[in-house]
Design a protein around this ligand. Structure first.
Ligand SMILES: Nc1ncnc2c1ncn2[C@@H]1O[C@H](COP(=O)(O)OP(=O)(O)OP(=O)(O)O)[C@@H](O)[C@H]1O
Ligand SMILES: [Mg+2]
Length: 586
C-alpha cells in the first residue's frame, strides 16, 4: 500500500506526536471500558441494598473515570492534528521542490491543473488519513476486543449475539468499500479536470473574452463540474445507505439483548445491571466496528491519492544533472563571449520513435558573434536554442559551450552562462525592479537603468506612476505586450551572461524600437555571444551570421550577402518579405 509507505516516511519527523496520540487514546479506551462495570455495580449492588453512600461513591468514580478519559481523548486529537498537519506541510514542500526540479519534458506531460490537485486535494487526503489513523488505529481495535471480552465476562449467553451481529456489520461494510473504492479514484480525476479548466481559463481569460467563448468555456466547466458532482453523489448515495443499515443491526442487537436478557432475568438467572452493562458493551463493539470500516474507507480513498502523489515524486528529471565528479566548468574566459557548437545534433520530443524536430544540425558560433536563427513557424528555432540552455537534451550528437558538452556543465554554472528571453514573456507579480532583478536580486539601481536603456524600456518605465517601483499585477497584466517583452529583455541582460538568447522576443515591439534594441545590444555588448531567433529577414540581416532553418534542418548558413548569393530559399524569403520592408522604409 502506497499510503502506508508515504505515512511511514512523512510521519517520521513528527514521531513524537504520532506516538503520543495513540498512547493517549489507549487511556481513553481503558476509561470507556470501565464505565459499564461501574454502572452495573450501582444497579446490581447499590440499588438493591439501598446503599446511598455506595451509589454516590461509585458515581463519583464514574465522573473521575470520565474526566481522565476526556483528557486522553482531547490530548489524542491535538497530537493527531499536529502530526497530520506536519505531514501535510512537509509533503507539499517536497512535492513543490520536486516540481521545481523537473525538466521541461516532464512538465510537458504533467498538466498544471493536475499538479495543483495533487499538491492540495490529494495531500489533504493523506493528512486526514494520518489524523484519523492516529485517533482510530488504537481506539477501534482496542475497544472492539475490549468490549467483546468484557461482554463475555458480563454474560456468556448474551455474548452469543456477537456471532450474528458482527458478521452482519462486516457484510455491510465490505459491500460499501467495494462500491466506493473505484469512485474515489474518479473523484480525484474529476477534480483534476475542473482545476485544469480553471487554470486554462485564468491564464487565457483575454483569449476567451475576445473570441466571445465565455459561454463555451462556461459549458465546458459546467460539464466537468457536473461530472464531479455525479461521482460525488454516487459515492454519497452508497455511504448514505450504510448508516441506516448499520443502525438496523444495532437496534436488532439491542432488542435481542433485552428480550433474551429479560427472559433470563425473569427466571432469576441474570441481574438487570448485567443486561444494561452488556448492551453497553454490545453498542461499543458495533460502534468500533463501524469506526474500523470508516477507516478502511478513508484508506481506500487515500490510496488513490497516495498513488497520484507517488506519480509526481517518481518522476525522474528528463535532463539528468551530471554526476558531481564528472562536471566540468571551462576556464575563465575573461569577459569574452563563449563559443557555442552543435555537432550533428538530432532532437526528438518524447519517445525515441517520434519524428525528430531537429536533424543533423552542425554549426559553430564564435565568442562575441551574433547568430540569427531564421525560419518559418514550426521549423525548430525555439527547439534549437533551448538545447543551448539545456532545457531539453539532444537525442544524437552534442552541444558544446567553450568546448565542453552542456551535459557535463555544472547546472548552476550553465544557467549563469546562458540568459534566455523566452518566446512567451513571463513576468511575476511584484515591482518592475523586482522583475528585472529576478536573476540577480543584488544588482544596483544604476545597472538596472543601464540594461533598461538598452532594452528600450527605461523611458516608458519612468513614465509610469511609480517608475521602477510600479507594481505589476499578476503576469504583468497592466503592461502592453511590447512593454512586457522589453522588461524580459532587460531581465536577461542584467544577468551579464556570456551567452544571450532572444527567442522571437521583439515580435510585439515596433520595427524602429526593435532596431534600436538590437543596435544597443550589438554596440555595447561586443563580448557577448548572441542568438537572435526571428522570422523577419530585416532582423536577421543585422547579425554576423544567419542560420536558415527549414523543417528542422539547416538549409543554409552565412552572412546576408553570402546567402543572397548561394541560397535560393533565402532569396525567396527575402523576396516574400520585401513589400513589407518597402512599406516600412516608405
Ligand atoms: N514541448 C514540445 N513537445 C512536443 N513537441 C514540440 C514541443 N515544442 C515544440 N514541438 C514541436 O517541434 C516543432 C518545432 O517547434 P519550435 O517551437 O522549435 O518551432 P519554432 O521554429 O520556434 O516556431 P515559432 O516560430 O512558431 O516559434 C514543431 O513541430 C512543434 O510541434
Ligand atoms: Mg519558437
Amino acid at each position: 500500500m502506497q499510503s502506508f509507505r508515504l505515512l511511514r516516511t512523512y510521519l517520521g519527523p513528527h514521531r513524537k506526536w504520532a506516538i503520543l496520540a495513540p498512547a493517549l487514546m489507549a487511556l481513553e479506551v481503558a476509561m470507556d471500558l470501565l464505565q459499564p462495570r461501574l454502572l452495573q455495580a450501582i444497579v446490581d449492588v447499590g440499588i438493591p441494598r439501598g446503599d446511598l453512600a455506595f451509589i454516590l461513591r461509585t458515581g463519583g468514580w464514574m465522573l473521575a473515570v470520565a474526566a481522565v478519559g476526556l483528557i486522553g481523548g482531547i490530548g489524542c486529537t491535538v497530537c493527531a492534528v499536529l502530526a497530520g498537519i506536519g505531514l501535510g506541510t512537509d509533503l507539499r514542500r517536497d512535492m513543490f521542490g520536486k516540481v521545481q526540479d523537473l525538466s521541461f519534458g516532464n512538465l510537458d506531460r504533467l498538466e498544471a491543473g493536475s499538479i495543483i490537485t495533487r499538491l492540495t486535494s490529494d495531500v489533504t487526503q493523506m493528512q486526514e488519513l494520518a489524523m484519523m489513523l492516529l485517533r482510530i488505529m488504537v481506539r477501534a481495535p482496542l475497544l472492539l476486543v475490549g468490549s467483546i471480552v468484557m461482554g463475555i465476562l458480563t454474560s456468556r449467553t448474551l455474548a452469543l449475539l456477537f456471532f450474528f451481529l458482527i458478521p452482519a456489520v462486516l457484510i455491510i461494510v465490505t459491500y460499501v468499500v467495494r462500491k466506493t473504492f473505484p469512485l474515489f479514484a474518479r473523484v480525484q480525476a474529476c477534480i483534476d479536470r475542473v482545476n485544469t479548466i480553471v487554470q486554462e481559463n485564468l491564464a487565457g481569460v483575454r483569449v476567451v473574452k475576445s473570441f466571445v467563448r465565455s459561454d463555451y468555456e462556461a459549458a465546458r466547466f459546467g460539464d466537468a463540474n457536473d461530472a464531479l458532482m455525479q461521482v460525488g453523489v454516487a459515492a454519497a448515495r452508497v455511504n448514505a445507505a450504510t448508516m441506516p443499515l448499520v443502525m438496523l443491526v444495532f437496534s436488532t442487537g439491542f432488542v435481542a439483548t433485552l428480550w433474551i436478557g429479560g427472559l433470563q432475568a425473569f427466571s432469576g438467572g441474570l441481574e438487570v445491571g448485567r443486561i444494561i452493562a452488556f448492551s453497553n458493551y454490545l453498542m461499543q463493539a458495533l460502534m468500533s466496528l463501524m469506526m474500523v470500516s470508516m477507516l478502511v474507507m478513508r484508506l481506500s480513498r487515500s490510496e488513490a491519492s497516495a498513488r497520484r502523489i507517488g506519480e509526481v515524486m517518481a518522476q525522474v528529471p528528463e535532463v539528468p544533472t551530471p554526476t558531481p565528479g564528472d562536471t566540468m566548468t571551462p576556464a575563465s574566459r575573461d569577459g569574452r563571449g563563449a563559443a557555442v557548437a552543435f555537432e550533428g545534433v538530432t532532437m526528438r520530443y518524447g519517445d525515441a520513435d517520434a519524428d525528430p524536430v531537429l536533424r543533423d544540425i552542425s554549426f559553430e558560433a564564435m565568442p562575441g558573434e551574433t547568430v540569427a536563427v531564421l525560419g518559418a513557424t514550426g521549423s525548430g528555432k525555439s527547439s534549437l536554442v533551448h538545447l543551448i540552455a539545456r532545457f531539453y537534451d539532444v537525442s544524437e550528437g552534442r552541444v558544446t559551450i567553450d568546448g565542453v558538452d552542456v551535459r557535463r556543465w555544472d547546472e548552476r554554472a550553465l544557467r549563469a552562462a546562458v540568459a534566455v528571453v523566452p518566446q512567451e514573456t513571463v513576468l511575476f507579480s511584484g515591482s518592475i525592479a523586482e522583475n528585472i532583478r529576478y536573476g540577480r536580486p543584488e544588482a544596483p539601481q544604476e545597472e538596472l537603468e543601464a540594461v533598461a536603456e538598452i532594452a528600450q524600456a527605461h523611458d516608458f518605465i519612468c513614465d509610469m506612476p511609480d517608475g521602477y517601483e510600479t507594481e505589476l499585477s499578476q503576469r504583468g497584466a497592466n503592461l502592453s505586450g511590447g512593454q512586457k517583452q522589453r522588461i524580459a529583455i532587460a531581465r536577461a541582460l542584467l544577468m551579464r551572461s556570456p551567452i544571450l538568447i532572444l527567442d522571437d522576443c521583439t515580435s510585439a515591439v515596433d520595427v524602429e524600437t526593435e532596431a534600436r534594441i538590437l543596435d544597443g545590444l550589438l554596440a555595447g555588448e561586443a563580448a557577448r555571444t548572441c542568438f537572435i531567433v526571428t522570422q523577419r529577414v530585416a532582423t536577421a540581416m543585422t547579425a554576423h551570421r544567419i542560420l536558415l532553418l527549414d523543417d528542422g534542418k539547416i538549409a543554409a548558413q552565412g552572412s546576408h550577402a553570402e546567402l543572397m548569393a548561394t541560397s535560393p530559399l533565402y532569396r525567396d524569403i527575402v523576396q516574400s518579405q520585401a513589400p513589407e520592408e518597402d512599406s516600412h522604409a516608405a
